[in-house]
Design a protein around this ligand. Structure first.
Ligand code: AMP
Length: 469
């Protein structure tokens, strides 16, 4: 099927050709005709499916019917509102709108928090048919009366499940109350929980359900691995795994902003090109880091769930969960960055005994057990080891398993497992004997990553072997 067959106007067909797309993706094939017909849509689609063009192209076509060539701001009222959960996602949607709309006489503005409001006010004053916004900042503008919704014809709620996770639902309800009831509404979400359905009931009228991937399922091209490891040894194991695959670009997920910064500093100190992206970074820092990662200048991007949400990163061969997400559905979101479009991907999780209940939740959701692959020298202690000499946990060089009892004597630091032997004892079957010889073998075959990272494309071809003996 071609884009022309979907009924798009020449200006949009030209933009799609400019972007180099030859064929609509499945979500585009389904969504574009339905949205063009004016119906409401409840769309089940993850990032990476082409959903942004799926709603942006028909939205632009609808607005183009009455586009105004006048320069007067009054002639360019807000006619479409697109809500996105994060600044990054809002910016990405804005870029798509600007790109696909480049042959049309429509204006767009991107509104998000964390930056001065004045520049946004100036842009709104100039007039814009399309406002792409995060909910909190949009309400700030509502309060200051710098944005008006009386002419809104189309509302898009992107990544509704993440809006819910981030506590934006009350904000969205407030925004809904300000919009004309006569409008077309589109809601997109990777998953459909009860709360999302309730929101959809309130927001959509007789929606057409469009789903491209089955709910709560993961791509079949992803290989899942769990490396059992004590919490205290995780960063060393991570450095070790990264050294084992010096050419692989990796997105690493951590739970907290502080953990995110610390881990990226630790990796940098250990000669791994890494940077962090989280909510405390300025917009400019986040954009620069993301660009560096996308362009391959940065090898490891350490991110929190919130910051990574919706990031449009192609061709990622591997995602590492440094800590397991506390919501099983976030596991699906995180690893959705790999194994895209039929490419192979790896989802690696470093799991401490304390995290086993989260692992159980994830396995319940994805409906299979993830294979456990202990890495020699990094296995968590068994109960009897936990009371002993802490040989496994002697931290010598980061990213190297401890092989020397001398080193262990220098750093008799008790591991978290040692402090909580009951939890560890209740964990996985970690009873494999410690074998220094196999750990040594890994050390000898592991090149030190001192050379600058040079990505080799396609990155997906570099798969395999991460952490394997
Ligand atoms: P999205 O799911 O909207 O985040 O899009 C994921 C990626 O797919 C983006 O980089 C788009 O530029 C790209 N894309 C969208 N539609 C197409 C298409 N029809 N053909 C090829 N790539 C596409």
């Amino acid at each position: 099927m071609s884009f022309a067959e979907l009924g798009l106007i020449p200006e949009l067909l030209q933009a799609v050709a400019d972007a180099g797309y030859t064929e609509p993706t499945p979500i585009q094939q389904q969504a574009i005709p339905v949205i063009l017909s004016g119906l409401d849509v409840m769309g089940g689609a993850q990032t990476g499916t082409g959903k942004t063009a799926g709603f942006t192209l028909p939205l632009l076509q609808r607005l183009a019917r009455h586009a105004n060539t006048s320069a007067s701001p009054a002639r360019h009222p807000v006619r479409a509102l697109i809500l996105a959960p994060t600044r990054e996602l809002a910016m990405q949607v804005f870029e798509s709108v600007a790109g696909y709309g480049c042959h049309l006489n429509l204006r767009a503005v991107c509104i998000y928090g964390g930056v001065d409001m004045n520049a946004q006010i100036q842009e709104l004053r100039r007039g814009a048919e399309i406002v792409i916004a995060t909910p909190g900042r949009l309400l700030d503008h509502v309060q200051q009366k710098t944005v008006h919704f009386s002419q809104v014809e189309v509302l898009v709620l992107d990544e509704a499940d993440r809006m819910l996770d981030m506590g934006f639902i009350p904000d969205i309800r407030r925004i809904l109350e300000l919009l004309p009831t006569q409008r077309q509404s589109l809601l997109f979400s990777a998953t459909f929980s009860e709360e999302i359905r309730k929101l959809a009931d309130r927001m959509l009228k007789n929606p057409k359900l469009i789903e491209v991937a089955r709910r709560n399922t993961v791509s079949e091209t992803i290989t899942h691995i769990v490396h059992p490891v004590s919490a205290g040894m995780k960063r060393n194991l991570l450095a070790f795994l990264l050294r084992n695959q010096p050419d692989m670009q990796v997105l690493v997920f951590v739970d907290t902003k502080i953990g995110c910064s610390r881990l990226s500093h630790f990796l940098t100190r250990n000669d791994v090109s890494a940077d962090a992206i989280h909510g405390d970074k300025t917009q400019q820092q986040r954009t620069e880091t993301l660009d560096a990662f996308k362009e391959g200048r940065l090898r490891v991007l350490v991110a929190t769930d919130v910051a990574a949400r919706g990031l449009d990163i192609d061709d990622l061969p591997c995602v590492i969960n440094y800590e397991l997400p506390h919501t099983a559905e976030d596991y699906i979101h995180r690893i959705g960055r790999t194994g895209r479009a039929g490419n192979k991907g790896r989802a690696v999780s470093l799991v401490s005994p304390e995290e086993k209940h989260w692992l159980a939740e994830i396995q319940k959701l994805i409906k299979f057990d993830i294979p456990l692959e202990p890495v020699p020298g990094f296995e968590p202690e068994t109960p009897e080891h936990a009371h002993g000499h802490g040989r496994h946990h002697a931290e010598t060089h980061a990213g190297r398993p401890s092989t020397s009892s001398k080193a262990a004597k220098r750093t008799p630091r008790p591991s978290r497992a040692a402090a909580t032997p009951k939890i560890a004892a209740d964990g996985f079957d970690f009873s494999k004997p410690y074998e220094p010889s196999s750990a040594k073998a890994i050390l000898q075959t592991t090149p030190h990553d001192r050379t600058p990272f040079k990505p080799q494309r396609p990155l997906a071809a570099l798969l395999g072997g991460l952490g394997k003996k």
